[in-house]
Design a protein around this ligand. Structure first.
Ligand SMILES: *Cc1c(COP(=O)(O)O)cnc(C)c1O
Length: 402
């Protein structure tokens, strides 16, 4: 069978528009397409391949478990899931874990748990969910409604109700919205899809205090920011603010689909047998890979490495910008960085991405005005250097075409 990009247009639902080349193989932070062209990977499968492609330890965990036991359903528990849950609770605020298969599903569980908790503990009036403009929480109907871009949730009929949005980093607006009717607040402790926007530390502290005042649960969506991405195991640890519920996915599986919702014993108690579930959630194959991923990343040397590599990126990006004057700001944290475009290049992030692909560099956008990098947390320094050489060529070509 002749498998090319054009087959995509014949057989796939057209909700994506992938690049013209088709990758077939990856090692570390390098990827090869069907024609043998080599790419440097600053995209990391959208902040997922936290240890690069085909990390030998993850291949080992996957094949060992693959030869043992893949799937049972939650009619039975399994060793990898229990070990991973033990590690997640030992190393975070959480005491209880619920496994899902994706970020959206982890968030769906968090929102349903928050609603059930508020209903049982306080009554029917306590339903309001507050989230933030430009926030992203996944594509199920509940999570996309909680997400802060109406364009993604419009056009599908009646939305789940009592969901309201306010500006990120605007504590006064948030204070005006929250009340004793607020059930939960869902926020990313570093907005990813929305444009790589860091929270103001005073804002996060203020949100926590107001949640406490009004008995509202604080849910941190760490699907993108979690598992070492910011140089902390979880971003909340760098903010000194502890949520009531935390969701984690993307990097957690190092490329194998898995998600989890973490919370306290008291809150977890409102999910009883039958209240919520998933056929695949917590399957042994996913949990075995995630356990190994978590072990490798939960290491001070790896987390320090993320901070050091961030500086390498920032230094070279500053040099590129001195020359080409295309960025108004380099923002984000750790291996989640955004190059915000100046007014002159407003709306053109896709042009930078396409030019990068031309130069054999894989990167991402975060909205129309930000070029995003979310590479492996252990990307070799040489690959950062070489990738940025390619990125500078891409920048120069966009500037020249203007
Ligand atoms: C990617 C992402 C999600 C959705 O995760 P899926 O695995 O695609 O369902 C949710 N929240 C945040 C912050 C994300 O970045």
């Amino acid at each position: 069978m002749n498998v090319t990009r054009s087959l995509f247009d014949e057989v796939m639902v057209p909700n994506y528009n992938p690049a013209s080349m088709v990758p077939v193989r990856g090692v570390g932070s390098r990827v090869w397409d069907q024609d043998g062209n080599e790419f440097i990977d600053f995209a990391g499968g959208i902040a997922v391949n936290a240890l690069g492609h085909c990390h030998p330890e993850l291949v080992k965990a996957l094949t060992e478990q693959g030869n043992k036991l893949w799937h049972l359903s939650n009619v039975f528990t399994n060793e990898p899931a229990l070990r991973l849950a033990k590690k997640l609770t030992d190393h975070t605020f959480a005491e209880r874990v619920y496994f899902a298969n994706s970020g959206a599903e982890a968030n769906e569980a968090a929102l349903k748990l928050a609603r059930r908790y508020a209903l049982e503990k306080f009554g029917e009036h306590k339903q309001q969910i507050i989230a933030f403009n430009q926030g992203f929480h996944g594509r199920t109907f509940f999570t996309v409604t909680v997400g802060g871009q109406a364009a993604y949730s419009d056009g599908f009929g009646p939305k789940p109700g009592a969901v309201e949005h306010c500006a990120y980093n605007d504590l006064a607006a948030f204070e005006a919205l929250i009340s004793d009717n607020t059930c939960a607040v869902m926020m990313e402790p570093l907005q990813g899809e929305g444009g790589i926007i860091s929270p103001d530390p005073a804002f996060v502290k203020g949100v926590r205090e107001l949640c406490d005042k009004h008995n509202a649960l604080l849910i941190f969506d760490e699907v993108q920011s979690g598992v070492g991405r910011t140089g902390h195991l979880y971003a909340y640890m760098g903010l000194d603010v502890t949520p009531d519920i935390l969701t984690t996915a993307k990097s957690l599986g190092g490329g194998f689909p898995v998600g989890a919702m973490l919370t306290t014993t008291d809150i977890a108690a409102h999910f009883k047998p039958g209240t919520h579930g998933s056929t695949y959630g917590g399957n042994p194959l996913a949990c075995a890979v995630a356990e190994r991923t978590f072990d490798i990343i939960n290491d001070p040397a790896v987390l320090e490495g993320v901070k050091r590599k961030e500086q390498l990126f920032r230094d070279t990006l500053a040099t590129i910008n001195d020359k080409h004057k295309v960025f108004s700001e380099i923002r984000g944290k750790g291996m989640l960085l955004g190059c915000a475009l100046t007014e002159d290049f407003a709306g053109q992030s896709r042009a930078f991405l396409d030019a990068s692909t031309q130069q054999q560099l894989m990167c991402l956008v975060a909205g129309a005005n930000v070029v995003r990098f979310a590479p492996s947390l252990i990307i070799p320094d040489e690959d950062i250097a070489e990738g940025l050489v390619r990125f500078e060529k891409a920048v120069a070509s966009v500037v020249a075409a203007k």
